[in-house]
Ligand binder design. Sequence first.
Ligand code: PMV
Length: 316
Amino acid sequence: MIHSSAPGKLMLFGEHSVIYGNPCIATSINKRLDVYLNDKNENGKELECTTIDALGINAKFPSNFEQHKFLNLTIAKFFEKYGQKNFELTTKPMPKGLGSSSAVVVAAVKALSALYNLTWSNDEIFKFSYEIVKEGQNGRASGYDIAVAVYGGTIRYENKNGDMKVKKLKNIRNLIAIDTGIKSSTTELVREISEKRNKYKEIFDGIFKIINKIVDEGEKEIMNENYEKIGELMNINHGILNAMGLSTYEIEILINGIKPYCYGAKISGAGRGDYIIAICKEQSKNDLMNYLRDRKIEAFEILPAEGVDVKFIKNL
Ligand code: PMV
C-alpha cells in the first residue's frame, strides 16, 4: 500500500493580491489529508473515509464530499497522460476551510506518481497539481495552497504568469487558527474582488502596492522573529481586507474580543468566514484558549508541518 499525506494551510499576508501576480506569505498547518492507494482499510479497521475505485467500478462517495471532483480530475489526468491502471484510492479527510482541496490533489498526485514509478521532484508535483486545481476552480487560483501542501512550512510565494517562486521562511510560534463558524465561497469572493478591481483599477493598484510592502515587511519580521511586529502587520493587512469588503460584523466582534491576548489577528484566505489567524502573546495563550472555549469557538494552535510525504507500507 502507498500512503501519502499533505498539510492544510492558512494565509498570513497577501490574499487576493496574490492572484494578480503579487507575493504572499502562507503557512502549512498540522492538519493533514491522507491518501491510501490499493488498500481499503488500515489493519482491517474501517477508516472514516471515502473510497474511489479508479476504473469507476463500485465508486462510492458521500454526496457532500467536496474533494470528489478534484480526485476525479487527478485520476483522469494520470490516465490520460500515463495510461489506465486499476487501483483503489482512499482518503481520510481533514476539517473544512483549511485547504483540503489542494491537500487532496497534492497527496493524490504524490501517491499516484509513486504508483506510476515517476520520480518527480517537488517542483514537478507542484506543476501537475496546479494544473488540476486550476481546472477545478475554472482558472482563477494563485496556487499558493498547492505550494504550501507541497513544500510545507512558512513560505513566501509568488506566481507571475506561471513563473512560480517559493522561498522558505522561519516557522512562527504562537499562531492560532480560529474557526469563524461561517462558510465562505472563495470562487465568489475572488470574482467579487476582480469586479471591484475592474471598477476601481487605480485604487486597487494602490492597495496591492501597500499589501506588497506588508508582505516584504512581514518576511523581514518573520526572519527577525519579531512577533509583535508580525502582529501589527497582520492588523494592517486585516484593515485593508476589511476596506475591500471582506470582513463581517461577526468577524470584527471576534477579532476585537481576542485583541487583549494577541499581537494581531486577521482574516486568512478569501474572507467573510472560514478561519481567522491570530498571533498571541506567549503569556496569554492559555487565557486566549479559555476565552474561545468559553464561547464555544473552535480553535487550535498551528504547529510546524512538513510538506507532502509518501510511504510504502507492506500489505498485511
Ligand atoms: O480561502 P482560501 O484559502 O481558498 O484562499 C483564498 C486566497 C485567495 O487569494 C483569495 C485565492 C487564491 O487562489 O490565492
